[in-house]
Design a protein around this ligand. Structure first.
Ligand code: ATP
Ligand code: MG
Length: 466
């Protein structure tokens, strides 16, 4: 059996680095090609189709970051590993947020280098054989956003994740507080222990107490058996107290004791229980205001406020909107089995102009709705929620004389039109071949494997036509 030989592109302006990496990687049986600057790296990706790229950040003519963005356009699934000088973690974080696969700091740890390259190629092969749609690299619960304000948030998450510190997450409704809580948990050394979420606003006060701290049998009329509360369920994992601003003063006192002494009693119980859970809390309320009104305990406030992460509202980081739109379009077209590719330019203009009182959640809902309603490859202005359509009319952002037929809204980009035709041809061929995929592939003049890839891309059910 002949094993596939993979090609690695090494782009670095220093000859020594190129020679070293070439030697090391050839030993591992890779084919190695090299480039001396960013422009040449982009050309090499175009001409040689490497399976992995090692890209220096600082290079003449075109630096690594610029080259990376170009490479991403040419080959979105191609793993790129950045080479950075030690200490330039800012650049590394930036590259990672832009979707780089990984980074290595100079001087290199050769073993680490080999492992990272091997893993990157494995992952690429895996994703080539599975759902291969644009932006599928985003995981379900990944925080999307590259604005400098979000970079600050990532930095804070990184700083606090591994400590046991209580973290207060603040931000308007829909800004992603729960997502940030989850990210802290996932990056902490408690990530293999439970993550328990309690929404303090959704549960009536008397129930919330036993929900959090549990109760003994007979503690109240309905307490027919002992109940173990969330603090106990969390063990030495993480408990996320959402909407903590809505907690009653009585429960605030009980919570304060957990924070200070790590102890509590079940409702109706005498036994003192020790909690080892890490506490994360979130609120969209103005705690300072509540403090003044006597609705929030000052001591609890100071206790919680030691480490605070504030998530900026979406209207203060509008440059993240296009990324979020892509992310949600991919998410919901997958979920609802559609081949929607994006939003029309006009819709994007409306999005950029709107002030998003409901923040990311509102945007997400608008996209989910649009993906469901649209029958074409794009979400058009008529697929927007009424509130946003109103907005379009008010601002005259989209002028009203442009005609009413749906196609007038936009010319469908060529790739999408081609995709549509391709999909129809495939369905036709499979029908004609009575569901026989080998025959259908032959009729279409493509390989069986590539037919299967396309079936997946276009979400054509495998039993189609049979
Ligand atoms: N930066 C982001 N990237 C991707 N998805 C996001 C982002 N921010 C928020 N979301 C999504 O928006 C929705 C709302 O987020 P989340 O529930 O974390 O907000 P919240 O701040 O807790 O809101 P609330 O105060 O209303 O509870 C979720 O579906 C979440 O996945
Ligand atoms: Mg929330």
């Amino acid at each position: 059996m002949k094993l596939k030989k993979y090609t690695i592109l090494v782009a670095d302006d220093e000859e020594d680095v190129r020679i070293l990496l070439k030697e090391v990687l050839e030993e591992e049986n890779y084919t190695v090609i090299t480039a001396t600057n960013g422009q040449k790296a982009v050309d090499a990706v175009n001409n040689n189709h490497p399976d992995c790229v090692l890209l220096d950040v600082r290079m003449p003519v075109m630096d690594g970051m610029e080259a990376f963005l170009k490479i991403r356009e040419i080959a979105p699934e191609l793993p790129v590993i950045f080479l950075t000088a030690y200490g330039s973690s800012d650049l590394a974080i930036k590259a990672m947020k832009k979707g780089a696969y990984d980074y290595l700091t100079k001087p290199f740890d050769i073993d680490e280098l080999k492992i990272k390259v091997k893993k990157a190629i494995e992952l690429k092969e895996l994703s080539a054989n599975s759902d291969n749609r644009p932006h599928s690299r985003y995981r379900q619960d990944e925080i999307i956003g590259e604005s400098s304000k979000m970079q600050e948030v990532y930095k804070s998450i990184g700083l606090v994740a591994d400590s046991d510190a209580t973290v207060l997450i603040r931000g308007e409704s829909g800004t992603g507080k729960e997502l940030v809580a989850k990210a802290i948990y996932l990056h902490s050394n408690r990530k293999n222990k439970p993550f328990i979420v309690v929404n303090c606003a959704a549960i009536p006060e008397n129930l919330l107490e036993s929900e959090l701290f549990g109760h003994e049998k007979g503690a109240f009329t309905d307490a027919v058996a002992r109940h173990i509360g969330k603090f106990e369920q969390a063990g030495n994992g993480t408990i996320f107290l959402d909407e903590i601003g809505d907690m009653s003063l009585y429960l605030q006192a009980k919570l304060l004791r957990v924070l200070q002494e790590k102890t509590f009693e079940r409702v109706g119980g005498k036994e003192t229980i020790v909690s080892h859970a890490r506490i994360l809390a979130a609120t969209n309320r103005n705690l300072e205001e509540l403090l003044k009104e006597g609705k929030f305990r000052e001591d609890l406030y100071y206790r919680l406020n030691v480490v605070t992460i504030s998530i900026p509202p979406l209207r203060e980081r509008k440059e993240d909107i296009p990324l979020l739109v892509n992310h949600f379009v991919a998410k919901y077209s997958k979920k609802y089995n559609k081949v929607v590719q994006g939003v029309s330019d006009k819709v994007m203009r409306v999005f950029m102009d709107y002030d998003w009182p409901g923040n990311v959640r509102e945007l997400e809902n608008a996209i989910a709705r649009g993906v469901i309603i649209t029958s074409g490859p794009l979400i058009m202005k008529e697929h927007l929620p009424p509130k946003l359509i109103e907005r379009v009319k008010e601002t005259g952002l989209v002028n009203k004389t442009e005609g009413n037929t749906p196609m007038d809204d936009e010319i469908v980009p060529l790739p999408e039109a081609i995709a549509k035709i391709e999909k129809e041809m495939i369905i036709k061929a499979i029908k004609k071949a009575n569901g026989n995929k080998t025959k259908a592939a032959k009729m279409l003049g493509i390989s069986r494997k590539s037919l299967f890839n396309k079936l997946r891309t276009y979400h054509i059910p495998l039993n189609n036509g049979s």
